[in-house]
Ligand binder design. Structure first.
Ligand code: SF4
Length: 385
């Protein structure tokens, strides 16, 4: 279950997520609406639904008080079967937490924290208009450890205008020194409609050369491999703890193209043969959830649009998402069991072309990206949709 929390203290210049700054007074009403939506979707399910992950994403879910997070989770437990040991993640901005709050989240049942650190260089954090410093990110990480979090992710961004390979190496080194269980590294994309995009258009900011970004990605692959992390997805690395790798179980659900429910304004879901999304407007969401239930599972009153997924689309999505898993790839036997046909039977031309180009390879019965393909994933994924 994905729960969207579209509130931020301040908008970062590069961000194009659905989130709002300056609307924090609506948070209590929004939390009540989330609880109603969880009740509504749970009540309309025809069978018992087992929830093995809950992900509070945003926006800045760490603007929730522990009591509010606990209230939402209590509603999940009441209306669904929340499995023992479920992974319950919350995205946190390092500038919004303290030890007491993190302890409160632990007590509320959250067992994984994902910090949006982005960089350990203050000049880069200022460029990104983040509300926290590098020191605050380190402090937040240490406080989370003291609060008992044994599963922590750090998000970092590379390819920033003006960033050097050396400064990126410093951020990676600092990240590895903290020894998190998981790292997500994203290349900066300059999205239309953002203040950063306007600055680029006006010539005030010069984007970094793609080749330097590619060097940064390859440097990360090398440094994190030496740091003991496995590169299990295009943008994600996991450490091993007690013989078990710490891949994000929630995100694996997406990459394996398995169902998930989307709760909250602007949330996307995929269940019961549909992809769907809720209206991306906080006031409309609260208003919609105040009414009597009028929708069938998996939709709630907040639904804005949905699309039925036919078998061919599901196969294409399974390839496009599954090939993001670098070690696992897409297993031929699993694919055949799910769709009644092998990968090579469904995509003979694409596979031939991409293997000849050195972008895809077969390994132990699975099709996966080659090392060269890691950098050209989008070119590969496009072939399947
Ligand atoms: S904190 Fe995250 S969600 Fe909020 S504006 Fe910044 S990048 Fe966007």
């Amino acid at each position: 279950m994905y729960i969207h929390f579209p509130f931020c203290q301040k908008r970062c210049g590069y961000c194009d997520f659905f989130t709002r700054a300056g609307m924090q007074s609506s948070i209590p009403a929004y939390v009540d609406s989330l609880v109603k939506e969880i009740e509504q979707v749970g009540a309309s399910a025809a069978e018992e639904l087992l929830v093995h992950t809950v992900f509070f994403g945003g926006g800045t879910p760490s603007l929730l008080s522990p009591a509010q997070a606990g209230k939402i989770l209590a509603s999940v437990s009441k209306n669904f079967t929340l499995l023992p040991g479920a992974e319950i993640s919350l995205e946190a901005n390092p500038g919004t937490v303290n030890l007491e709050k993190l302890q409160g989240y632990q007590a509320a049942g959250i067992n994984r924290i994902s910090f949006g650190v982005q960089s350990f260089k203050d000049v880069e954090l200022q460029f990104l208009e983040r509300i926290h410093s590098s020191r605050e990110a380190v402090d937040a990480f240490e406080m989370a450890r003291s609060a008992g979090f044994m599963n922590i992710n750090l998000d970092l961004i590379f390819g920033l205008p003006g960033q050097t390979v050396d400064s990126w190496a410093d951020s990676l080194e600092q990240a590895v020194k903290l020894d998190p269980e998981h790292l997500s590294l994203y290349a900066l994309t300059i999205e239309e409609g953002t203040p950063l995009h306007r600055q680029v258009e006006a010539g005030k900011v010069i984007p970094l050369d793609d080749d330097i970004s590619a060097d940064m990605y390859q440097l990360a692959e090398e440094m994190l491999a030496s740091g003991g992390y496995s590169h299990y997805e295009v943008s994600n690395w996991a450490a091993e703890r007690e013989g078990k790798d710490q891949a994000c179980i929630h995100n694996l659900q997406y990459w394996l193209n398995l169902p998930y429910l989307g709760i909250g304004a602007g949330a996307h879901g995929c269940a019961a043969g549909y992809r769907y999304n809720n209206a991306a407007d906080i006031a409309c969401y609260i208003q919609a959830m105040a009414g009597e239930p009028r929708m069938q599972f998996p939709f709630s009153n907040a639904i804005e649009s949905s699309q039925a997924i036919d078998k061919r689309t599901e196969m294409n999505e399974t390839m496009m998402l599954g090939l993001r898993l670098l070690e696992q790839g897409v297993g031929d036997v699993d694919f055949a069991r799910r769709f009644g046909a092998g990968i090579s039977d469904v995509y003979p031309k694409q596979i031939n072309r991409l293997t000849n180009q050195g972008l895809l390879e077969w390994k132990d019965g699975s099709l996966r990206l080659t090392r060269r393909g890691h950098l050209l994933g989008n070119r590969v994924f496009r072939e399947f949709v």
